[in-house]
Design a protein around this ligand. Structure first.
Ligand SMILES: Cc1ncc(COP(=O)(O)O)c(C=O)c1O
Length: 369
């Protein structure tokens, strides 16, 4: 179905950048620069400078950034890692795959880790906390860093949805031992395929990740230090991401402007909870513009009929997927969120007209109710 307002618009995204992207890809192909070449190094240098860390390591997904961070930090069997249940499943799978036990806690009204719940989930086996900066908003990092310091816990940030987001002027991915980013095509900084980056200030984590991403091999000596993986960010994706990185500030500005337009158009509707949370410390980048209503399913269907494409992240709590073997959890906020949230069209290509039409449809929907 062709939507009048698409959720995202990858064709328009490409056509806006066509000349720069084509030149970057042609440069790689004509030089035969496919694996571990200067384009990857350039992207890593520029990404590290954006985040404000000493190192950035290009990987082939956000999942691998999480998995390799945990492995490089020495987390494994017998360790507990606390994260939230309201996240993309990869945050949890990375913990399971390194052999540790995920301990899932509830989130607060801003969809991020409820720090009140964190302290009571800590046990003598807790080794790390994996905060997820969801939808483009950072967690309460003052509180989290204090708790981590007090209990001597490692922090691995899942910043897959928050590239360029800030807390107290400090950028997502620069607080913990490692920051993990996704460049899945529809992320704020997305490639034309899968990709991810790990950021860190720790030379040991950076070195281990560089070895692990390339089958454990030190490319200079030929020595295999670990049983590793094949999970490099390939050169062409790195070249594409490096082009896109230059546009990131303008895209973030646009996303914040779109969020402002939604707020203007929708803030007086009762039974509609908008994602504008208090706190001067936060600089939100709106990977997703998530609204919340008890009439979610009806609203979703109505917008679909009107040609507005929306998405729901996520319809069922993770623990209800029996194959994940997470047991049964009782996390009321996570459960309600699954029934009530809906994400509106949001991308750098979303136009004012798209937003106006979406707002009009939502207003009509609530008028009829
Ligand atoms: C919060 C979160 N964590 C982890 C990931 C995993 O990233 P990727 O899809 O690049 O493996 C994603 C991506 O969808 C995500 O949104």
């Amino acid at each position: 179905m062709a939507y009048r307002v698409p959720f995202v618009d990858p064709q328009k995204h490409y056509s806006n950048l066509k000349d720069e992207i084509d030149a970057a890809i042609t440069d790689c192909l004509s030089k035969g620069d496919l694996i571990l070449r200067s384009q990857l190094e350039d992207f890593e240098t520029n990404f590290a400078s954006l985040v404000g860390t000493k190192y950035a390591v290009g990987l082939n997904s956000g999942y691998h950034a999480l998995a390799l961070s945990l492995l490089a930090a020495g987390i494994g069997a017998g360790d507990e890692v606390i994260t939230v249940a309201h996240t993309f499943v990869a945050s949890i799978s990375a913990i399971v795959h390194c052999g540790a036990t995920p301990v899932l806690i509830d989130v607060g009204k801003d969809y991020n880790m409820d720090m009140e719940k964190l302290e009571s989930a800590i046990t003598p086996n807790t080794k790390a906390v994996l905060p997820v900066h969801l939808n483009g908003r950072l967690c309460d990092m003052d509180r989290l860093m204090d708790i981590a310091k007090e209990h001597n816990l490692i922090i691995i940030e899942d910043a897959a949805q928050s590239v360029g987001g800030k807390y107290n002027g400090k950028v997502a991915g620069s607080f913990g031992l490692a920051g993990c980013f996704s460049h899945y095509p529809f992320k704020i900084l997305g490639g034309f395929g899968d990709g991810g980056t790990l950021t860190t200030n720790d030379p040991d984590i950076a070195r281990k990740t560089i070895l692990l991403r390339y089958n454990g091999e030190d490319r200079e000596t030929g020595e295999y230090h670990y049983h590793g993986y094949t999970c490099l960010l390939d050169n062409i994706q790195a070249a594409v991401l490096d082009v896109k990185l230059k546009h990131l500030p303008e895209w973030i500005k646009r996303r914040r402007a779109i969020a402002g337009l939604y707020r203007q158009g929708l803030s007086d509707i009762e039974d509609l909870f908008l994602p504008h949370f208090e706190g001067e410390k936060y600089f939100d980048v709106y990977q997703n513009y998530v609204i919340r209503t008890k009439k979610r399913d009806e609203l979703y269907n109505y917008l679909e009929e009107q040609g507005v494409e929306t998405l729901i992240h996520w319809k069922r709590p993770v623990w209800e997927h029996k194959g994940l073997k997470l047991g049964h959890l009782n996390l009321p906020e996570t459960e309600s969120i699954c029934k009530e949230v809906i994400s509106l069209p949001m991308s750098a290509e979303t136009s004012d007209k798209h937003v106006e039409y979406t707002v009009k449809c939502i207003r009509n929907f609530f008028k009829q109710k």
